[in-house]
Design a protein around this ligand. Sequence first.
Ligand SMILES: [Zn+2]
Ligand SMILES: [Zn+2]
Length: 251
Amino acid sequence: MPWADFVNHAVKPLTGMFPVKCSCCGRHGKGKNIPHLCDYCFGEVALLPGNVCSLCGRGLDFEYEIDTGDLYTCGRCLKNPPVYTQAHFALSYEGPAREMIHKLKFSGSPYLARPLAMLGRDTLVPWLDTKPEAVIVPVPLARRKLLLRGYNPTYLLARWFGKWTRLEVAEGSIRRVKNTAPQFGLKEKERRKNVKGAFKPYDPQKLRGRDVILFDDIYTTGATINECVKVINTARPARILVAALCHAGDG
Ligand SMILES: [Zn+2]
Ligand SMILES: [Zn+2]
């Protein structure tokens, strides 16, 4: 029996016998908004504030009228501007988003890429749409990890944003050439040391003269991003912008 027929006749009817479980709380229930996420957990997703620094994308500690169109730069960027032109984030790395990212990365659940990307769609897509000539470059995974997991979670997320915006996703234009230790639990200085020399350009022609959107799943201290920016700069792009689904606090 061909595989497609087998799925249609044998597997699909079986899936109806098992109620859909929320990927976050594990309770039964199909959410109205996002696949694999119940409505209660959906309500717990923490969006980042609307008032953010125009350069680094972090929340500002004062309110302003967003409607005026004024752009604000935070004190940190005024003192020490970022190595990229602009950054934009959708979610705070906590609650259901954190839970789902963890499962996407470590529990062999690639199907969670779509619901996660959907959580950041309203924030990231309008921003990406203002850069119609850009190319999205997902932060690469080391070959050993790729073989172990079978997929790069960041690429799976980036692919959805590429689909919704019709921007090209240039996976493999930079590669991770060093198997680095996990950044989790390391201090900022250690993180910088850990990723130093970890990336190499692979297809610089693709990036030359273009706006490059460097895409990651979680932005923490920026050590990985800054190292990628160094490498992308050798390809002489027009600008480098940063987008990440989550921001993990005040790193
Ligand atoms: Zn739930
Ligand atoms: Zn800033």
